[in-house]
Ligand binder design. Sequence first.
Ligand code: NAI
Ligand code: 13P
Length: 340
Amino acid sequence: MQDDAPLAVLGAGSWGTAVAVLLASNGRQCLLWSRDPAHAACMAATRRNARYLGDIPLPAGVEPTGDLDAVLDRASDLVIAIPSAGFTTFVEGLRGRLADNARLAWLTKGLAHDTADTLDCVIASVLGEDRLRAVISGPSFASEVARGQPTAVTVASPDIAFAETVAGWLRNPVFRVYTSDDMLGVELGGALKNVLAIAVGISDGLGYGANARAALITRGLAELMRLFQAAGARPETLMGLSGLGDLVLTCTDDQSRNRRLGLALGRGESLTSALQAIGRVVEGVTTAEGVMRVAGRYGVELPICEQVYGVIHRDMPAQDAVQALLTRDPRPELGASFAD
Ligand SMILES: NC(=O)C1=CN([C@@H]2O[C@H](COP(=O)(O)OP(=O)(O)OC[C@H]3O[C@@H](n4cnc5c(N)ncnc54)[C@H](O)[C@@H]3O)[C@@H](O)[C@H]2O)C=CC1
Ligand SMILES: O=C(CO)COP(=O)(O)O
């Protein structure tokens, strides 16, 4: 693959735009596709993405476009940056349109909307097991990355050489990239941390303090560990950037949309008005549903995720959800293994 061939980022929201800015600042030509041609034209004319990352000028190497066919003609290295709710349908729409040598990475954190499978499973089943693919995950708020603030992430792929290739697209002196072959662990960490951040936001929004926040993060980590063990992900991935790193970031900083949704719910706002005010994707809302299916599939208890599901999808009052957690049967903290 030639290094002067353009890369393409598919999806022009906050994170897709920030990564396009990063790639261009690394010297790569980067096509930035928006599904809305008027949005692409506006970005091309103003050299900004006013709707999602308005204060960041787009470097010359970023080429906004609304023409997906033209993108697929010109670029064979594709980075998908659309929310999980539309991921499967979007990937199905790529079937039969990709060059044989097309390689895919994605920035999406979540589970397939219809099946609750990991997004890696979606890509492998729709585009073929042999398709080179990688997920990019870790603690990385879009606006900090776009501003060039120091950040570290993980790229995971079943093909470690391809993980290194993708890492090479992204790396620069302020953007540090590690690699992993534990796709499952990296994807589960990225999906669950959004649900857990809603839980922590709810607790903070209800006015509970730092003790409750630390307890929720720690017990959230135990839920992740339990799921990792049941699903066959590697426990050490949990201690990495896509696990603990992103969990801490998202649970503790108000840049997180998932945390902000929880804060609003804890303060008594309705789900609809809180989502409207945020105006961006809040992945934990859809993932809360998927996680319940995953928990059933593997027969694991995920009590914090379950309460978030109850608040969001079953109209449970936030206060009752916290009460339900506090009054669970007492148990040893770690049990026979860390995951109990
Ligand atoms: N914003 C951030 O700091 C980070 C976001 N992520 C993840 O990246 C993914 C994308 O998030 P953001 O860009 O932040 O969301 P966003 O809400 O800022 O933008 C989403 C973009 O995707 C487009 N879109 C939605 N459905 C689509 C579809 N079916 N086909 C084509 N385009 C579609 C929207 O028009 C919008 O441009 C999410 O899974 C999120 O968890 C990961 C790391 C950091
Ligand atoms: O994934 C993120 C940072 O790593 C962004 O989190 P939010 O989607 O909660 O804003």
